[in-house]
Design a protein around this ligand. Sequence first.
Ligand code: MSP
Length: 471
Amino acid sequence: MGKVYITTAIPYVNGVPHVGHAVDYLLADVCARYQKQLGNEVRFQAGTDEHGSKIWQKAKEQNIPVEEYVAANSKKFQDFISKLGVEYTDFVRTTDSDHQERVQKIWEKIKDHIYLAKYEGWYCSGCERFITDKEYEENNGVCPDHQKPYEKLEEENYYLKISDFKDQIRDAIESHKMLILPEFREKEILKLLEESPDVSISRPRSQLTWGIPVPGDDNQVMYVWMDALSNYITVLSYPDEDISNWWPAYAQFVGKDILRFHALIWPAILLALGLELPKTLSSHGMILANGQKMSKSIGNVIDPLEVLEKHGTEAFRYYFLRHVDTFADSDFTWEKFEDAYNNELANDLGNLVQRLSTMCKKNNFSLNHVPEIKLEKEYCDLMNEFRFKDAFDFAWEKVQAINKKIDDEKPWALAKEGNVEKLNQVLSGLVVNLLEVNELLKPFLPETSAKIAEIFTNEIMPPAEPLFPKK
Ligand code: MSP
């Protein structure tokens, strides 16, 4: 049995969870559940990113002490993750005292690669990010994500010498020792790496009060990304404990918007610490609402709790894992969601379970023994390549094939003819097929898969209610 460590990006707590936040968790959860199916022991981190000016500002606007504000929002994220049926093992808050102390120790350990210098350039307070002159020109001085002009900054910062590690990072990316997914992003990241100056990892206390103090310099506070990226190892108790059981991570899931921090700054921190790089950085696309970026000002933000309340966890997982591309941007509309629910979950799967179990019960058919099921190679290949949507499609085609087989083999006609031997043979084939598919559905629809396994044991019992009542 191997040990597998899987991580998710830690969201800022300057707002409540939206549907986009679900993507990291669901992809990581599918990965984790599949690894457990293979017999591996999994550690699965989640958490919240709680420092930075934006968060501090929000708390101030609402007249709430910042500690209370971040605690309340962090709790909302924790509840949200649980509602998604995500089985995480560790939850880190960047305001945890253990995390803060460990980040300071990390800083001390990489000190040889840190220097103090003056920054003169551009900054986006929306992104909490320094902007290169090239980006400034490309975007005509306005942040495309926040529609706000970049601010001119002149301040002293500590810098991490990315330049000490460029060759090692490039080699790791090119050799796929640190695999970047989807692979078409690799080129883009390599280009950014070549262009990347050393990065600022602190800000003057006058600009940023809500953050972890830089050890040995009362005037400087750590920049949010230095603090946040470290969570992936502080949660494993680094540097207080040996983490070689779990590190390097098997997979780190992030959105495409933050891949650059994970593919450039994060590897530099790890290399400075003498730690290995993660094996895979998997980046997903954005969830759009009717083809547009979700934003409060447009008023098209979808509340995930509303979706969960109306349709439940399994339907949410179904849509976001099958109708949302694993790597590209995808759309959410209520219409698409409801179509997928009624035509696919309710019709293809719910109906199949209902009619097959009812036929078995009516004809006194029972399984002599529940067969042991091996996962198919084609499915495993897709899962091992992190192509989760494709693997889910593969499983769903098999669900549809069983429905077709029922229509072709017409067990009801065999029952009418009294051809018991043939009938039992057909039902047995169908039930085994369904149990095989059910194993493939397990990482995606864990609750449903458990219910199906319970229905189709030796004594087959139709469910009292359809698994997915039509809406
Ligand atoms: N705090 C940083 C991450 C630090 S990780 C060491 C951050 N937070 S975030 O709240 O802005 O984003 C958290 C995650 O949610 C990221 O992976 C981001 O890509 C993802 N998403 C945010 N909006 C999204 C969509 N609309 N669609 C899909 N994912 C989205 O960045």
